[in-house]
Ligand binder design. Structure first.
Ligand SMILES: C[S@@+](CC[C@H](N)C(=O)[O-])C[C@H]1O[C@@H](n2cnc3c(N)ncnc32)[C@H](O)[C@@H]1O
Length: 226
């Protein structure tokens, strides 16, 4: 099947990065986690290797291992070109250079590709698109994550975000979203509307985290039922 999906950049982060950007403690890592827009991140593969439980959701999981791998190779140079052209938008401290970034990302995606078929057969990688409802009961998961998907893709609109986060909150006792910025490294246009929509029924916290790669992108949103 041709790889034709809007809003899809196959670009995956590591468990170490997820730990840092979501403040995941040792206790959090033992929780039952569902991660949305998980792409070819190595989070699920690494967590599973440590005996932890993660379900990953992404429309790209409809494709074969080979198709995803080819798409990663095809888009890698374009993404790296954009990053090199906009180097000032990023903080080069824990990741020192574009070359190091490429090495970390390609390593994470290789770990994902290696794990994909096994994980798919174990229902750890589920082809699904938010905001459509998933086939899990209410509150099936302790923690729902969105790394570099919701808020970042603000062009998907406020209604899409409200419906998607509502589905995450139906499934999860707690939801964490990172970053609070859009693709131009500005405060996400949908942040205010999301806060206004959920604040009467949910506790919403903005928490500083250690991770900062997009300049100013060092905060996550945590949403829990009151
Ligand atoms: C930039 S990647 C994020 C990768 C990963 N979470 C990380 O931080 O390394 C964004 C992902 O969101 C996925 N996505 C786009 N629309 C989606 C939707 N409606 N529901 C779930 N995932 C979606 C894309 O397929 C893509 O893999």
């Amino acid at each position: 099947m041709a790889f034709e999906l809007k809003n899809t950049v196959p670009w995956g982060r590591t468990l170490e990065e997820y730990q840092s950007l979501f403040n995941l403690t040792a206790t959090d890592l033992k929780k039952k986690i569902i991660s949305f827009g998980d792409s070819p991140a190595s989070f699920n593969a690494e967590m599973t290797a440590h005996g932890n439980t993660v379900t990953s959701i992404d429309p790209i999981y409809q494709f074969s291992k080979d198709a995803i791998e080819n798409h990663i190779q095809e888009t890698k140079d374009v993404v790296m070109q954009q990053i090199r052209a906009n180097q000032d938008n990023f903080v080069w401290s824990s990741i020192a250079s574009p070359d190091e970034l490429e090495k970390i990302r390609m390593g994470a995606m290789a770990d994902f590709v290696e794990d994909f078929e096994t994980g798919k057969s174990q229902n750890r990688y589920i082809h699904h698109e938010l905001p459509n409802p998933l086939d899990f009961k209410d509150q099936s998961f302790d923690l729902g994550l969105s790394s570099h998907f919701l808020l970042l893709y603000s062009q998907l609109g406020l209604e899409f975000h409200i419906q998607s986060i509502s589905e995450m909150l139906r499934l999860c006792k707690e939801v964490r979203l990172f970053p609070l910025l859009n693709l131009d490294a500005e405060t996400s246009e949908v942040l205010e509307g999301i806060t206004q929509h959920f604040q009467s029924e949910y506790h919403i916290q903005i928490i500083n985290v250690e991770y900062e790669f997009q300049k100013g992108g060092n905060q996550m949103m945590v949403i829990r039922k009151k």
